[in-house]
Design a binder for this molecule. Structure first.
Ligand code: PMP
Length: 427
């Protein structure tokens, strides 16, 4: 299936040179990158049109690919119970909540999902919002003020940084997964601010590693801070039953002030959640702009997420399969001398190759061999640590994994011998 043709009759608004969208910061660089890639014949690895659902295997332009670009960690996207719940919700409620829940009212599927998530993290309450990104932005924006401070991991997701900027609070980042570095910052600066929030992630999406949660709990107690965990990639992945970061670290979930996560990954839906004390949830529901002034979650998406959470609890063998697949990939990659950084070998495994051009070229060559994996390049990561990022799922087969690891190692070796990369590409 091709992209839909653009409308035949298109018109542009009249703009001065100064107001031209082409003058937007970063647009010129984007065009230059694209032109360079076109010149050396590299396909654009982004925004590919997939003809099937996001899963371990996909179809692109009529061809089947092993797919490492979906967050469908437990293969629940398309699970009969999940799709069935969404269908049933459409029949009852239609496709839209039609307005903010404050105005349009609650649908039982919202409340059921929130109860299930609160019970998962053993918190008093939960609120779900229409996007994971918006959940972080609006939650952090609503609970911090300029007199406050946010301490976050250096690799924290963009949505946390944007939320901090919205709040006007002082923002301080500490070295990745380094509680000692946070402690130094706390010791030096905590007293300068009124309230403090520490934000870390469950499983980091660029490196596939996890923090020492107990150490952060200890610091948040000692320096009187809130601790928020963005468990977007941890739910369904970390811990024996996939409960999340607390299970992985053997820490009581109740030691964390705010559990945040997304519905778009393991739960194969769309949206974000905040689980925590009832007062916090009540406050967010009545003051956070991204909830209050935005439509309620689409009922079929709420129903799908709730069914997926039930499937996660009912079918823990999926978590075990994901772990086996991740471990298999990691062990194979290490055996072939690939640089997988600090990955735990679960849902996210990077293969770090160095510069951006090498990462894009490797991705292109793998695509030609039936493997869809995206390069992560500067500025998303530092220039010398560009990488291919493999998202594993419980549904990849051992054969797919073995073939992929071999193809990555072979193609990388071919890129690293003989002529320079530019000479090879221009040949
Ligand atoms: N937090 C983290 C750690 C993420 O990786 C993401 C997105 N990948 C988000 C929040 C935003 O979630 P969503 O894509 O569901 O909006």
């Amino acid at each position: 299936a091709a992209r839909p043709e653009p409308a035949t009759q298109t018109r542009k608004p009249v703009q001065s040179e100064n107001q031209s969208f082409e003058k937007l910061t970063g647009y010129r660089e984007l065009r230059l990158q694209r032109s360079a890639a076109d010149l050396i014949g590299l396909n654009n690895p982004f925004f590919r049109v997939h003809e099937s659902r996001a899963a371990a295997t996909t179809r692109i332009e009529g061809k089947t690919f092993a797919n490492y670009s979906s967050y469908d960690y437990l293969g629940l996207n398309g699970h009969p119970a999940v799709s069935g719940a969404a269908r049933k919700a459409i029949e009852t409620y239609g496709t839209s909540a039609s307005a903010s829940r404050l105005v349009a009212g609650e649908r039982p599927v919202h409340l059921k999902l929130e109860q299930a998530l609160a019970s998962h993290y053993e918190t008093e309450a939960c609120v779900v919002m229409v996007s994971g990104h918006a959940t972080n932005v609006t939650t952090i924006g609503a609970i911090l003020e300029p007199a406050d401070v946010i301490f976050h991991d250096a690799l924290i997701h963009n949505s946390v940084v944007t939320g901090a900027q919205l709040s006007g609070a002082q923002r301080r980042s500490f070295a990745h997964n380094d509680p000692a570095a946070l402690e130094k910052l706390l010791e030096a600066t905590r007293h300068e601010h009124r309230r403090a929030l520490i934000v870390i992630e469950g499983l980091y999406s660029m490196d596939g590693d996890a923090p020492d949660l107990a150490a952060f709990v200890e610091l948040k107690r000692r320096y009187d801070c809130w601790l928020m965990v963005d468990d977007a990639h941890g739910l369904g992945v970390l811990g024996r039953t996939g409960a999340g970061l607390h299970e992985h670290c053997g820490v009581d979930a109740a030691d964390i002030d705010i559990w945040m996560g997304t519905l778009s990954k393991t739960l194969s839906s769309c949206g974000g959640y905040v689980c925590g004390p009832a007062v916090l949830v009540e406050y967010l529901k009545c003051t956070a702009g991204g909830f209050l002034y935005s439509v309620g979650m689409s009922p079929p998406l709420a129903a799908a997420a709730e069914a997926a959470l039930s499937a996660l609890h009912a079918e823990p063998e999926r978590v075990e399969r994901l772990r086996r697949n991740g471990n298999l990939f990691l062990a194979g990659a290490k055996k072939r001398g690939l640089n997988t950084g600090t990955s735990l070998g679960l849902a996210v495994i990077p293969v770090i190759v160095g510069d951006s051009l090498k990462a894009v070229t490797l991705s292109d060559r793998l695509f030609k061999r039936g493997i869809n994996v995206q390069p992560i390049i500067h500025p998303a990561v530092p220039e010398r640590s560009s990488r291919l990022r493999f998202f594993m799922t419980s549904e990849h087969t051992p054969e797919q994994i073995a073939e992929t690891v071999a193809a990555v190692a072979d193609e990388l070796a071919a890129l690293e011998t003989g002529a320079t990369l530019i000479e090879q590409l221009m040949a």
